[in-house]
Design a protein around this ligand. Structure first.
Ligand SMILES: Cc1ncc(COP(=O)(O)O)c(C=O)c1O
Length: 450
């Protein structure tokens, strides 16, 4: 049975007892500091109950306005509302937050308090997840790429659920994590996503049957299947295609006497507040995606000979729109290209190497709080380093920038809460990663900053 995340979970459970036995001194301290009585934000909202608005950015804006230096702000209550909204859309689906999207202790601890588990990519992430006090049963090793040592270490830390997509990996799991549960990742096309994730991970349906067959023969539990439809997926059809593929493999597995017990529907759910490379709003059909996923779950349940449970490992969808950067203007300049064309450039204190890793694939909404009106120029936006990759896409859209903006003026960069902290370099060209601040997350989940 997958520990469900749609209801707030009590802090202590069987898994924790196991975890302490394995000798993790930090766990008890983490439990004391991180866990408290379940709060209203963690509950699934009945249809009739008013739902807190996950798009309320007032706390984030207040923190941006209060900042006098560059910082990345996470709104923990906003992330909590996003989590609750997701649980309400997909009742009964257990959430394993993809840590890579935001490996910030406070964010992880907040999600753990709300009942989330974690998708970890290696033993270091497993250890960080455990430091929130979450039980090892709520952590799975979602990376199909792992060394013998990685597997053994994760197993030692208490992890018993491993993603896989090859016979070689199955053999290694059987040796270094004996008796564990494995779920096989099916390849997807990645179509419709900004980042397809289609090459490095996942196997064919035929391979998946072979892999789970081998797992069973090696004494592992062939517990399920997983997919990832690509990050910032923009189409509901991608989910439909993934469900088709899952249904076909489930049938083939059942025919061979393997009845998976869980399906991991992966990540891919989009951020809502970002723009495409041309600067046009990305408007993912979120309601339709949820409808396709709900219908797909019913379909897969009907196919499988045993009851099925569902997992989701969202990353950016939970955090992107609840993180924002207060940066400042380095300079607005105007110059001519070799062909004589004039071009304006806005250089910011923050760019690809210290917080905006994805800036060449999408655009963030910028706000200039000290210059709400006046005359504008259309500029290319770039970061502060001496590197030409540190810019919005060259073929991308220009951004409206107040002509009067001056060096040092604040700039707010919205919806950059995902993949910001972890992708920051260690100080490329001397530009340090931004410090971060968390607001909210206090005892009153609808309340203000803590
Ligand atoms: C295995 C796995 N799960 C989940 C995610 C999270 O994806 P997203 O941020 O698109 O939700 C990723 C991201 O690449 C991943 O590799």
């Amino acid at each position: 049975m997958i520990p469900q995340t749609t209801e707030p979970r009590p802090p202590v459970d069987h898994g924790r007892a196991q975890h302490q036995k394995a000798g993790h001194p930090r766990t008890e301290a983490a439990r004391k500091t991180n866990h408290r009585a379940p709060t209203a934000a963690a509950t699934v909202h009945a249809d009739s109950a008013p739902r807190p608005d996950q798009h309320d950015h007032s706390a984030l804006r207040a923190a941006l306005a209060a900042a006098t230096e560059d910082t990345l702000v996470y709104d923990l209550d906003g992330i909590g509302r996003q989590y609750a909204a997701l649980c309400a859309e997909l009742p009964g689906v257990a959430v394993r937050f993809a840590m890579k999207a935001c490996p910030v202790d406070e964010v992880l601890a907040h999600l753990a308090r709300l009942g989330s588990g974690f998708d970890a990519a290696g033993p270091q992430e497993v250890a960080q997840a455990l430091s929130t006090g979450v039980a090892p049963e709520l952590i799975h090793y979602g990376n199909t790429v792992k060394s013998d040592r990685n597997i053994a270490e994760a197993y030692r830390l208490g992890v018993r659920d491993f993603a896989t997509d090859s016979l070689e990996d199955v053999a290694a799991i059987a040796e270094h994590a004996p008796g564990s549960r494995v779920f096989c990742r099916l390849a997807t096309t990645g179509e419709g996503a900004l980042w397809g994730l289609s090459h490095k991970f996942g196997c064919s349906p035929e391979d998946a049957v072979r892999v789970l067959d081998a797992a069973r023969a090696a004494g592992l539990v062939p517990s399920g299947l997983s997919v990832h439809v690509g990050s910032q997926q923009m189409t509901a059809e991608a989910w439909g295609a993934a469900i088709d593929s899952l249904a076909a493999v489930l049938e083939a597995l059942n025919w061979r006497g393997i009845t998976p017990e869980r399906i991991n529907l992966g990540g891919g759910l989009p951020a809502l507040g970002v723009l495409d490379r041309r600067g046009r709003p990305l408007e993912p059909p979120l309601d339709k995606m949820f409808a396709v996923i709900r219908e797909g779950m019913e379909r897969l349940r009907a196919v499988n000979a045993a009851p099925l449970e569902f997992l989701l490992e969202p990353g950016r969808h939970l955090v992107a729109d609840h993180g924002a950067i207060r940066a400042h203007v380095a300079r607005l300049t105007s110059r001519h290209r070799l062909d004589g064309t004039g071009e304006d450039w806005l250089y910011l204190s923050c760019g690809k190497f210290n917080g905006l890793y994805e800036m060449d694939q999408l655009q963030y909404r910028l706000e200039f709080p000290t210059h709400p009106g006046g005359q504008f120029v259309n500029a290319v936006v770039a970061g502060p380093t001496c590197d030409s990759d540190d810019a919005y896409a060259q073929d991308g859209g220009r951004v409206r920038v107040p002509r009067a903006i001056a060096s040092g003026d604040p700039v707010w960069i919205h919806s950059c809460g995902a993949y910001a902290t972890a992708y920051a370099t260690r100080g490329f060209n001397g530009f340090a990663p931004l410090p971060y601040t968390c607001v909210g997350g206090g005892p009153d989940p609808d309340g203000g900053a803590s």
